[in-house]
Design a protein around this ligand. Structure first.
Ligand SMILES: CC(C)(COP(=O)(O)OP(=O)(O)OC[C@H]1O[C@@H](n2cnc3c(N)ncnc32)[C@H](O)[C@@H]1OP(=O)(O)O)[C@@H](O)C(=O)NCCC(=O)NCCS
Length: 374
């Protein structure tokens, strides 16, 4: 009762069969599978099914889910209207927070907090959140949102809406892997937030709205945007080396490095994204190859400098940032896309919380005065 760990560091907050970070064996376990195996052999929709339904789908079931995600992605016109009322310069995560909250008001049985209702609403909100994120910039520019098309796969649709051009096969694969890398990661702040909210028997949309707010912070999801801005400011491997050393001298944190759980080890997902980036470089030609090679070499140099200077390793956001960039995705969408992907993991956690609920209500160590008289 008396033990206090600031930031709940190392504290076991829940029992779960969804995922586990096995730091010793450098494995991210997702319902018994290694996340990296899933990312190399399966698609985002299959891994989402593993999270929401508990097992990998058959090929027929996978096709059915692809169609379902496209069919259910329609966003109520009134939600688009609400988004149009927001200042176009407000951050993508702030607009997304409002959108997720608004969606709840247009969802049948929104307040029902049972695992069955969560699962049904979960597939629906997963596809709607993705459609909203893909259209965030169009809405901010007063353009009509684009609908997902049944002729394309779910992930392909998103990339197409964002970039406005039909993506190449290897771009779809890279984007799919990027989304899998972000899909679920045990108990980060946003998942904890969602579970805390769900534990009052509040509903899925409420839990997800809180999770968007949590994920926005630069110590959590917001780091990927900061990483790319740092790369652009640096411009080259030499530039990044200089920039990192200057920042460290000023005792600034370098975004994309360090992790509460991995601490002094490389995040396995960063390694995955490093490979994905290398593959995009390999497939590129002409000027694009030169540009991507520069970003790859810049990222690798930053990794080396941080290992030498601080003994710190990259986290997922570090190598995800140049992958997003190589796919032509605007920086403003990096964190919203992280959330779009993570919605699958969050829904799984809300289902689990509602299935085995115990209200979160911890205590404090009081450090204030006593005995004052008004
Ligand atoms: C992720 C993060 C918040 C984890 O923080 P934490 O578990 O609270 O770790 P601490 O803040 O206690 O850091 C431990 C030490 O490493 C240093 N450190 C950690 N991350 C660092 C970073 N990115 N740059 C420079 N130093 C860092 C701290 O200064 C501290 O050093 P000290 O003991 O000499 O003071 C932290 O590493 C960070 O701010 N990283 C940058 C943001 C980021 O990439 N977030 C995405 C996470 S997936």
């Amino acid at each position: 009762m008396e033990e206090y760990r600031p930031g709940l560091e190392g504290v076991i907050a829940a029992e779960t069969s969804i995922s586990y970070l096995d730091v010793e064996h450098e494995e991210i376990v997702i319902r018994g599978y290694d996340l990296l195996d899933l990312a190399r052999q399966k698609t985002y929709v299959e891994v989402a099914a593993l999270l929401l339904e508990g097992e990998l789908p058959s090929p027929e079931e996978k096709e059915r889910l692809e169609r379902r995600l496209v069919e259910e992605s329609k966003v109520p016109e009134k939600v688009w209207e609400i988004l149009r009322l927001l200042p176009p310069e407000s951050h993508g995560m702030d607009r997304l927070r409002t959108a997720v909250s608004a969606l709840g008001n247009f969802t049948p049985h929104a307040s029902e907090a049972t695992p069955e209702a969560d699962r049904k609403k979960g597939w629906h909100v997963l596809s709607q959140v993705a459609a909203i994120v893909a259209n965030l910039q169009r809405i901010a520019s007063n353009l009509k949102p684009r609908d997902l098309q049944p002729a394309m796969g779910f992930v392909e649709n998103l990339l197409y809406i964002i970039t406005g051009r039909p993506p190449e096969e290897e771009e779809i694969r890279a984007f799919d892997q990027l989304l899998i890398a972000y899909i679920e990661h045990e108990m980060p702040n946003s998942t904890f937030t969602a579970r805390v909210i769900a534990s009052t028997l509040s509903d899925l949309h409420g839990a997800l709205t809180g999770a968007v707010a949590s994920l926005k912070g630069p110590l959590h999801g917001g780091a990927n945007e900061a990483v790319m801005e740092m790369f652009i400011e640096a411009g080259s491997p030499e530039g990044l080396e200089r920039l990192i050393k200057e920042k460290l001298q000023r005792k600034e944190r370098i975004m994309g490095f360090g992790h509460r759980v991995y601490m002094k080890k490389m995040d396995p997902r960063a390694q995955l994204m490093k490979e994905t980036l290398a593959r995009l470089v390999e497939k590129a030609t002409g000027n694009r190859k030169a540009e991507l090679t520069n970003w790859y070499e810049t990222a690798v140099r930053g990794e080396e400098v941080m290992r030498q200077e601080k003994g710190l390793f990259p986290n997922l956001d570090y190598y995800a940032a140049p992958v997003y960039y190589a796919l032509g995705i605007p920086i403003e969408l990096y964190t919203p896309l992280f959330f779009a992907s993570r919605t699958a993991g969050l829904v799984a956690h809300v289902i689990e919380q509602h299935a085995h609920n115990r209200l979160f209500r911890p205590r404090v160590r009081y450090t204030g005065p006593r005995g004052l008289k008004p």
